[in-house]
Write a protein that binds this ligand. Structure first.
Ligand SMILES: Nc1ncnc2c1ncn2[C@@H]1O[C@H](COP(=O)(O)OP(=O)(O)OP(=O)(O)O)[C@@H](O)[C@H]1O
Length: 761
């Protein structure tokens, strides 16, 4: 097992940022400036005198070149790839931080990104293997390239106008997620690859946004398959290079409607990714992979092999909160552990008929290691089988290899510098601040594929043959799913299994439709309550599920017009009577949030509806509580410590107060989903132990805990969890946000809350 290797890359200032405030710094653990920084330091957004630091395996500063990053982080993976391991490199970061630059890069030699450099190394290695084996080993390279745009999978080898609007289906196949019907193009030279890659990139969904003139609006996944074939064996391994779309804060983007829909799909999938990472790092039993296609395909922590995440960061202050949130995400990602498991080597020319395998099945069997040779590697096995074929002494190495764990092959050098970061394993890859020369990865990644193996009992000849046939059957099944032309070769049993799969996919498609319907339902609920802007937002979320629905489009247009008219009327009112509403006022056009110091801007644009509420600048002092309010425990002022929560969510990064500071009245960030222009009818409530307890239960997303709340049954608990996942908020922070969730009203909230007894908190 090893953890996902996480490295941060701080991009240089862009032309329009030269005069901007740089707030992200790279440091070495001892605070000295060395060539191997591993810490990212960033000020506390609430107090510049304080700073947070996050430690990663390595940090690349603004000056770091494409070559430096590649040589240290990606080039060492190539050997593992050819040793049969799958490899995954992905770039994460908010929009405009340099993900595409890192992965694809520019056209000049120096500017080339990770992908072209990686392929260049792959082809070089192919040639070397072919030369070293005097042509006995043939290496074939094939690529597929697709994007996930608005939660739909599109083949990038297909022009946008030729695509099926619903995209390609994805399926689970032997524990791996596969995209069905994807084009796989052989490419035997770098030139061929580059031609295909450039062509496909033209089909990728990009647009100009305020934050990035060439913003990627989709997650792009390049999959390169390496097939090494000898006379007897076939070994397949894959490298996935993923350029994720960037998260965006729509308050900064000025996104129009189309961009907003894209953006909400991007944010939703990244939100689910964060949820998965959170769940994995907390070792929770439910990992919500299936909530988005991107997380299903990425299956972080589920796929075997080696994973490197490049966290792209912008150095300037305008990205401050986004940068902190990315750092928090990456901080959790590095705790994910992945098994380093070699792909199986499949032996060719097995004459046994498929029927002979039917009695021999089961996942335990497929995972059964057959390794009678201590310390053997795949290479050794292959050689031995070749000898066998040539009439030499039969050996006990068999044609199926599986699940070879690389115990200790990737060692950690983090220990000395970990400084409070929780590590669950000792043998992790890490940056090497202790190593004086060069980047750590070069030295720590062992190229030696030797693994310690213990002798295991040898299966009988018949079992082995059956096992081999079983493997072939599985391979055929895999192929059949991608190529319906293979159908005539399928056995009746296999056909039955495929049919079952089809019906499961049907159910999944129904599920997706149900998700759209759920948005529609929520939209209608908001509309009935007169919350037009929220209703519009829900219709917008539903729209991608019903692409050609004219009625829905008309509804959205009407709502937009109504909101606009209302806003203008409100403006008029403001001009004639510029009165600040009080917290309890329901008649005023300006809506105050549940926290005393937070006020919604009176005319929040619709694009901001899902965004955290911003404090009103001109309101210099938080409004004092009235005696009435403070009598109730629910109206107690928010403790200062609450404010840190959103940033300091993890004990594994350091918080460094630079100087003693005067306690500052800070303003609670409330990511409330509701209409800006409509009055709140929920009683004002601040965080109390009972409320906190309730919110903790809700935010746990644990159906069982939620179900146990007063007035909540299984159905409602399910609906709440689904709704939480679909909303793009990271958590419900107050009772009002809770009350607008699907199936929850103010009465339910009150019931839930009052049902909690003192012992519950
Ligand atoms: N290391 C770097 N050196 C020079 N320029 C860079 C670097 N990283 C990013 N840039 C520049 O910053 C801009 C934004 O980069 P890029 O498009 O790669 O961001 P992104 O994270 O992929 O954004 P999005 O998520 O919107 O697609 C581009 O003009 C790019 O050339």
């Amino acid at each position: 097992m090893s953890s996902v290797r996480v490295v941060a890359r701080i991009r240089p200032l862009l032309k329009n940022e030269i005069d901007k405030d740089t707030i992200v710094a790279a440091e070495s653990p001892d605070g000295e400036e060395t060539s191997n920084p591993t810490i990212v330091r960033i000020p506390n957004p609430k107090n510049d005198a304080e700073s947070f630091s996050f430690q990663f395996n390595s940090v690349y500063e603004q000056e770091a070149t494409q070559q430096q990053l590649f040589e240290s982080e990606v080039s060492p993976l190539v050997k593992h790839l050819f040793n049969g391991f799958d490899v995954c490199v992905f770039a994460y970061g908010c929009t405009g931080t340099g993900k595409t630059h890192t992965m694809r890069g520019g056209k000049s030699l120096a500017d080339r990104g990770v992908i072209p450099r990686l392929l260049s190394n792959v082809y070089r290695k192919c040639r070397k293997i072919e030369k070293d084996t005097a042509g006995a080993t043939q290496v074939e390279v094939a690529m597929s390239y697709y994007e996930i745009y608005c939660d739909r999978v599109y083949d990038l080898f297909e022009a946008p106008d030729k695509r099926t609007p619903s995209g390609l289906p994805i399926r689970d196949n032997n524990g791996k997620t596969v995209v069905v019907g994807l084009t796989e193009k052989p490419c035997s030279t770098l030139k061929e690859f580059e031609h295909l890659y450039d062509q496909a990139n033209i089909n990728r969904s990009t647009s100009a946004t305020k934050l990035n003139a060439h913003s990627s609006r989709s997650h792009a996944i390049l999959c390169v398959k390496i097939t090494q074939t000898t006379e007897d064996t076939v070994r397949v391994s894959r490298v996935s290079a993923i350029d994720l779309a960037g998260s965006e804060d729509n308050r900064r983007t000025d996104n129009n409607k189309e961009r907003l829909v894209e953006s909400s799909a991007i944010n939703k999938s990244l939100f689910v990714l964060a949820q998965c990472v959170e769940a994995i790092s907390k070792k929770q039993s439910r990992i919500p992979y299936r909530e988005s296609k991107m997380t299903r395909i990425l299956s972080l922590g589920q796929n075997n092999g080696l994973t490197v995440m490049i966290l792209n960061l912008a150095p300037v202050r305008s990205y401050h909160l986004d940068t902190l949130s990315s750092l928090n995400f990456a901080n959790r990602t590095k705790k994910i552990e992945v098994s380093e498991v070699e792909n199986e080597t499949v032996y060719r020319n097995v004459a046994k008929p498929l029927a002979a395998t039917t009695h021999f099945s089961g996942t335990n069997i497929t995972r059964q290691p057959l390794r009678p040779l201590n310390g053997a590697t795949n290479i050794l096995h292959e050689r031995e089988v070749t000898e066998k074929k040539a009439g030499g002494k039969p050996v006990k190495a068999f044609s199926v290899y599986s699940d070879t764990r690389k115990s200790g092959s990737r060692v950690s050098n983090m220990a000395s510098q970990n400084q409070g970061i929780r590590r669950t394993e000792t043998n992790k890859r890490a940056a090497d601040s202790s190593s004086a020369i060069g980047r750590p990865t070069k030295t720590i990644r062992s190229d030696n594929p030797l693994r310690t193996r213990t002798a295991e009992p040898v299966l009988s000849k018949a079992s082995i043959e059956a096992l081999i046939s079983q493997r072939i059957e599985e391979k055929l099944a895999e192929k059949a799913m991608q190529d319906s032309a293979a159908a005539p070769a399928l056995s009746a049993e296999l056909q039955k299994r495929l049919d079952e799969l089809e019906s499961r996919i049907g159910a999944k498609e129904e599920d997706e439709k149900a998700q759209g319907l759920q948005f529609l339902l929520m939209a209608k609920q908001h509309q009935v309550r007169g919350e037009d802007a929220s209703a519009l937002r829900m219709f917008q979320l539903a729209a991608p599920f019903f692409p050609d629905n004219a009625k829905l489009q008309t509804k959205m247009r009407n709502l937009e017009e109504r909101i606009k008219a209302k806003r203008e009327a409100d403006l008029q009112k403001h001009v004639s009577a510029p009165v600040h509403s009080t917290i309890h006022s329901t008649a005023q056009p300006t809506v105050h949030s549940t926290a005393p110091s937070v006020v919604l801007p009176p005319m929040a644009p619709t694009s901001n509806l899902m965004a955290p509420l911003k404090p009103e600048k001109q309101q210099s002092k938080p409004k004092a509580f009235t005696t009435d309010e403070s009598e109730d425990e629910e109206f107690a002022p928010i403790p200062e410590s609450d404010h840190e929560e959103s940033y300091v969510s993890d004990a594994s990064f350091k918080y460094k107060p630079k100087a003693a500071r005067k306690p500052k009245k800070t303003i609670k960030k409330l990511p409330i989903f509701r209409d800006a222009a409509e009055p709140s009818t929920m009683p004002i409530a601040a965080t109390t132990p009972r409320t906190s307890r309730l919110l903790n239960i809700i935010n746990s997303r644990d159906v069982n805990q939620i179900k146990a709340l007063k007035g909540v049954g299984s159905k409602k608990a399910d609906a709440i969890v689904t709704c939480l996942i679909e909303m793009e908020e990271d958590e419900v922070r107050d009772l009002e946000s809770l009350s607008v969730l699907k199936g929850v009203g103010f009465r339910t909230v009150e019931n839930m809350r009052m049902g909690l007894t003192v012992v519950d908190f």
